[in-house]
Design a protein around this ligand. Structure first.
Ligand code: G4P
Length: 534
């Protein structure tokens, strides 16, 4: 009887959770939009709070400052807020020079994503990369076209750009009336309401006019010559655009599109209202042995991010764990699958909405932070009863490479140990070419190299530097035929390296070289990701 009660109580909590991340290119407006969302959720009281933090981060790139910032960013990594009865977990996807594998991996821990696009620029490269990660798990995506208060691309051209570059069907749920100086507002296509734009709005209120019939003369009074433009646009869209289909959105095949201006807090509320209504609550998650439902009673979760703590004296780390099933309570015991031991979560940070700081339980979709001293690595699973290993937390093919130069050769062992630990934490990837004794570092963001050097020095006493190396592309290689793999390895030995977990990778100078090799070696799989702990 009691077990059933807990199940039902969990269900209510799970169903009102929305865990998501924002994908965007730097400067599209992610920070500004985040701030507006937090204002709606009451998690911050005034505009500028998130922005100020970003300015601090942006202003400097030296390590100590980064470290300090990281101390702060532990709390900004998960921004939890409550909106209309929904518990929303917004997971930060670090951008700018903080861009790293963490940015990708955060997306393995969300249930949906919000894509922010600068209306003047359309789809930009970083968004394309992040979209690739969303595609791996068919993550549902809502799109917000930002900066309509500036001149930009024609709305239809933006939609075409998204459809062509990202291969996802667009369905506009709102439509802008003009842009730049002529920006008058947005028309909500499913509610049939016109929202009028007033620049500089920092508050939650805005003028909205309900118009059920676009032919009414009031529209001309309000919009002047732009009334006819809106009528034509809407007629065109209603005839030609794809209708919104919840199922398509949930499968990641269709993205509902909203237009607005984050800085003016315009169009944000409409998007947020639709988000809580249509974005999925935590869903089932694949483990090696079976799929785990969030409604199962025993607790389970996995680590998707590890953050070194600010205090060098303690050297502890915070592992970010996404809860997949059951209920977490502070002090509970769970089985740490990789090391085969029970651990007690006595030292957990629970990221909670401001007003509920004393809450000591968390549910699927929530993120908890576990303090540890290097015993947790990315991809580790924790479960309460049955041993489980969740899938879908990969390493991503690096795009930048450096060779490690050890300044004191007596420290070789320390270097090795340090690099293995840092690779386990996802700070950097480490490759050892078959043909040389070098350590090659691989990363998706350049700052990862500096952080690696700094942490090698402060935590492992290793004074090292890095230098340029002639690799630009990496793929993990696999083949079902062992003989073919051996032949491939022999004939490409100069380009084969082992990663920190002993998986083979092919490193080369260019995409062109990679393509050439792939054509020559049909039957070998060249993979952009490698499942951790597989
Ligand atoms: P990011 O996190 O995606 O990198 O972008 P961020 O929010 O920092 O926004 C990048 C720039 O775009 C900022 O200007 C911001 O004010 C501006 N911006 C965001 N939303 C809008 C919008 O709706 N309309 C217009 N016109 N601009 C917008 P900045 O000059 O770099 O910074 P700041 O001086 O405004 O702080």
């Amino acid at each position: 009887m009691r077990a059933k009660y807990i199940m039902n109580k969990n269900k209510k909590e799970i169903d009102r959770r929305r865990t998501f991340g924002i994908i965007s290119h730097p400067d599209a407006g992610k920070t500004t939009l985040t701030e507006k969302l937090l204002l709606y959720g009451g998690a911050i009281q005034q505009a500028g709070a998130v922005k100020a933090r970003k300015a601090q981060r942006y202003a400097t790139s030296d390590w100590m400052a980064i470290e300090k910032e990281r101390g702060i960013s532990v709390t900004t990594s998960v921004m939890k807020f409550n909106y209309n009865g929904f518990e929303i977990n917004l997971l930060d996807t670090p951008g700018h020079q903080d861009f790293s594998e963490d940015t990708y991996r955060v997306l393995t821990a969300v249930d949906s994503a919000l894509m922010v696009i600068d209306g003047a620029k359309g789809v930009e490269p970083q968004t394309e990369k992040l979209m690739e990660v969303c595609r791996m798990r068919n993550t549902p995506i809502i799109t917000f076209i930002n900066k309509l208060d500036r001149e930009g691309m024609a709305p239809l051209d933006i939609l075409n750009d998204i459809e062509n570059k990202l291969q996802i069907e667009c369905t506009p749920l709102s439509w802008p009336v003009g842009m730049g100086k002529r920006f008058k507002g947005v028309y909500n296509l499913y509610k049939k309401e016109l929202y009028l734009f007033m620049s500089g709005q920092e508050t939650k209120s805005r003028a909205s006019i309900v118009i059920n019939d676009l032919s009414v003369p009031t529209l001309d009074k309000i919009l002047g010559s732009q009334a006819d433009e809106l009528r034509e646009d809407i007629e065109l869209i209603e005839g030609a655009a794809n209708p919104f289909e919840l199922d398509h959105y949930l499968k990641g095949n269709q993205t509902p599109v909203f237009f607005g201006s984050a800085i003016n807090n315009f169009g944000v509320k409409e998007m947020l209202d639709a988000f809580v209504e249509i974005a999925p609550s935590p869903g089932p998650r694949a483990a090696v042995t079976r799929e785990v439902s969030p409604y199962e009673e025993p607790f389970s979760g996995f680590a998707f991010k590890i953050q070194a703590n600010m205090n060098p004296a303690h050297r502890d780390r915070i592992a970010f764990i996404r809860i997949c099933s059951g209920k977490f309570t502070r002090g509970m015991k769970a089985f740490h699958h990789r090391i085969g031991k029970d651990v007690i979560f006595s030292n957990a940070t629970i990221f909670m909405a401001n007003e509920r700081e004393n809450v000591s339980e968390a549910y699927p979709g929530d993120i908890i932070g576990i303090h540890n001293h290097g015993t947790i690595k990315i991809g580790d699973t924790f479960s309460e009863k049955e041993p489980l290993q969740f899938c879908g937390i990969p390493n991503f093919a690096p795009e930048f490479f450096k060779k490690v130069i050890l300044k004191n050769p007596m420290k070789t062992k320390h270097l090795q140990k340090g690099l293995i630990h840092l690779a386990e934490e996802g700070v950097v990837q480490v490759f050892r070419p078959l043909a040389a004794r070098d350590y090659i570092l691989g990363a998706v963001g350049m700052l990862q190299f500096d952080i690696t050097m700094e942490r090698l020095k402060s935590e492992y006493g290793v004074d090292a530097a890095y230098e340029q190396v002639d690799y630009n592309v990496a793929r993990w290689v696999q083949c079902d035929d062992p003989k073919k793999m051996r032949d491939f390895e022999e004939q490409n030995s100069a380009n084969i390296a082992m990663d920190a977990e002993g998986s083979r990778a092919y490193l080369t100078t260019s995409e062109w070289q990679l393509g050439y090799c792939m054509e020559e070696w049909l039957g070998i799989r060249f993979c952009k990701t490698r499942e951790i702990n597989a």
